[in-house]
Design a binder for this molecule. Structure first.
Ligand code: ADP
Length: 192
């Protein structure tokens, strides 16, 4: 059994597709064990998308550079440089500002292999690469070039923890122990 954090970003909340997205997880049998709607603080966002975690910031930058290369576009035109760490920090700032631009719906899902199953249902980070049938593939078509031209993050609706280490850190950050509910679902009966 695993627990994973899911955050529906302001674009998902404002588009009124919170219910549709949650029903996809419920249909699979994942159990909602905590949930809340709120505008995250700057402090929370800076911990969730940390400026001092080089691996995260540079990863964000190098994936941006990679997609520019793939599209045959010049990152220097857009960012003024082609340094992964600097581009990553720019994207991180857009992202943390965007996440605070309206309410987000955060919840915790529990189930066998929940982290991997949820990422599969969410789909690829880049909407144009996300497969049909995934949340990002079915509900978004944004691109990094379009987003970066407008100095904003890619609007891909949803965040989900990437691995066990991230999930443990993020669950602790977003929810306190007494906000996590314990109950049985019908699905569990069929897995005994
Ligand atoms: P994921 O959200 O799939 O775990 P990342 O951790 O790489 O992906 O990125 C965090 C978020 O940053 C993405 O969901 C997306 O909203 C935004 N983002 C990622 N790459 C870019 C980019 N090149 N330009 C703008 N925003 C981006």
């Amino acid at each position: 059994m695993e627990r994973t954090l899911v955050v529906l970003k302001p674009d998902a909340v404002q588009r009124g597709i919170v219910g549709e997205i949650i029903s996809r997880f419920e249909r699979v049998g994942l159990k909602i064990v905590a949930a809340k709607l709120f505008i995250p603080s700057k402090e929370l966002m800076d911990k969730h998308y940390p400026a001092d975690r080089a691996e995260f910031v540079e990863g964000l930058g190098s994936r941006t550079l990679e997609s520019y290369r793939e599209m045959g576009l010049d990152p220097i035109e857009q960012f003024g440089n082609d340094d992964a760490a600097r581009i990553g920090e720019q994207v991180r700032t857009w992202l943390t500002d965007f996440m605070r631009s309206g309410p987000v719906f955060a919840f915790v899902l529990e189930g066998p292999h929940a982290i991997e199953v949820v990422r599969k249902i969410v789909g690829s980070t880049l909407p144009q690469k996300a497969q049909p049938g995934t949340i990002r593939g079915d509900y978004s078509f944004d691109s990094s070039y379009l987003a970066n031209s407008a100095k904003r993050p890619i609007k891909n609706l949803i965040h989900a923890s990437g691995n066990a280490e991230e999930a443990a850190f993020e669950l602790d950050l977003w929810f306190s122990d007494n906000e996590i509910m314990r109950y049985d679902t019908i699905h569990q009966k069929h897995m005994q």
